[in-house]
Design a protein around this ligand. Sequence first.
Ligand SMILES: [Cu+2]
Length: 148
Amino acid sequence: MVILATMLVFSESLRAGPVKVEKNIVIAEKSAIKASHAWVRAMPPGSAMTAAYLTLENTSDKPLKVISVSSPQANDCSIHKTVIEKGINRMREVKYLSIPAHQSVTLSPGGLHIMIMGMNRPLKKGALFPIVFKYSDGSLLQVEALIK
Ligand SMILES: [Cu+2]
């Protein structure tokens, strides 16, 4: 069964911005994964890529994996991690992102991130960027990440 849930997630820097707070608006059934502090790095027009960061919390008793990431506003999204090899920062694709039962995984600058390529509209600061996470239990979670 596919559970489609939409969660509007806003960053902690909200007080500085004009975006209204609407917490955890869920369509259909609730996802076992809660997303928070989702944001996307604003880029100048014409940029080919950016990255998104957030915390994913598994509220269930079973381990879950993120098996794919996509966005209606980009050609390609993938999970990357930054690794240091011979003193140089490099990015590696991560096939699955495992979230143990009752634990959280945080994607943050310099570590795990959602790599976003081929955006089909400008990344305007203060706007929201949708990212859809597909989990190993078949559920989908759409997160609205704040562009900042
Ligand atoms: Cu990357």
